[in-house]
Design a binder for this molecule. Sequence first.
Ligand code: ADP
Ligand code: MG
Length: 441
Amino acid sequence: MDGFWSQFCTVLESKIGDRDMDAWVRPGLSLEQVAPSLADPHLVRFRTTSRWHHDWIRDNFLAEITWACSEICGRTVTVELVGEGAAAPALPAAPARKAIPTVDRSLVFENFVVGKCNEFAHAAAIAVAESPGRVYNPLFIYGGTGLGKTHLSHAIGNRVEQLHPHLNVCYYGSQQFFEQMVRAIQNKANLQFLEHFRADVDVLILDDIQFLGGRERTEEELFHILEAMQANGKQVVITSDEPPRNLGRLAPRLRTRFEQGLLVDVQPPDVETMMAILAQKAELMRLDIPSDVQYTIAQRVRSSVRELEGVLKRLSALHAFYRAPITLAFLHERMSDVIPPAAPPPTPDRIIARVAEHYHVRVSDILGNRRPANIAWPRQIAMFLTRRVTGLSFPEIGRAFGRDNSTVQYACNKVEEGAERDPNIRAEIEQLERLCRAPVA
Ligand code: ADP
Ligand code: MG
């Protein structure tokens, strides 16, 4: 039984993630019976530790639990949850009217650098801040980490408070929102929670919505909240690392609701914008950085502004410690780990070659038009990895593969779905990705 339990935890965690495992499954479940024997089971019975855990696990994770048990047993099993145990421990009550989480005052439009990568998102954010609830509702900002989504959403909140002091702005990270919601549901206070948003909040900012995916009851409540707020002309601002269509785990009607607003994205900054951001941050930090060093850093640190900030902090500390001026030589000497001499970036050709080699097919097969499964899958993987490793656009990848961009998009989605579903595929992709990223021998 111990063996089954630990296998179960591993498999289930690959599906639902460690946060839900630690929050719900490990404290909430124990294995009662795998019957009639491990070799031929058709029933797996778990005991729940409280009514609260029982209901939550049943409503949110039963399908995943059944899947995990079936995976381990190698056949479809029935899962039973028994026992409700003691009553749930009391948690603090639902949020009081005063406890509205407010926004970080330092994140404002004035210190947000605008470039091609974010100008549309920035313009939409300003429009929303000027006329909350009246222009784009919801405003949905998406893009990779460290590219300014949280900054922009706070800037909206701060500008609203400045222009419309009578309006209440409420900011939630999705984890925070989730916890409040869980408390409200637990205390059967979800109606009050909803009412709280409808009555007390004029602008609701929900940051990093992607973490809510798969939490059905939270999503359901969120749907009602959005509906009530929009019906009352209240503004909703949402951020996510992916556009709604890629949030596969999110309830479809919630996705549809997001898509009814305005979707705007933030892209990684080009070198010029990165340099402008760098100059602004350096000035705030009172760091004197000559332009060749600025250029080198902006060129090498391309993935996110957060990474850039990390580099600057480190540079500032090293500069203070060694009391040496910041020059290119200093940079290479003291920060070679952060900014190594540039390696040539992986090209689509190299990725195709590595994938072909891995699957024992020819490069010409991947670039050709034949469609048997043993070629179609490596071809899709190669497109997916090209996208992930090089960051090229769909049309650019399409050109490299001699296909149109919708084919590339389809392939990327398909591989992503496969990885989401199947831990083996995920592992395979990770291994291949490392191969593709490794420098040429
Ligand atoms: P995200 O929420 O997209 O992960 P953040 O908004 O937290 O990213 O941004 C990461 C850091 O980079 C923050 O300190 C933010 O102030 C800064 N930042 C991001 N974009 C810009 C920008 N365009 N101008 C100035 N600072 C930026
Ligand atoms: Mg953020």
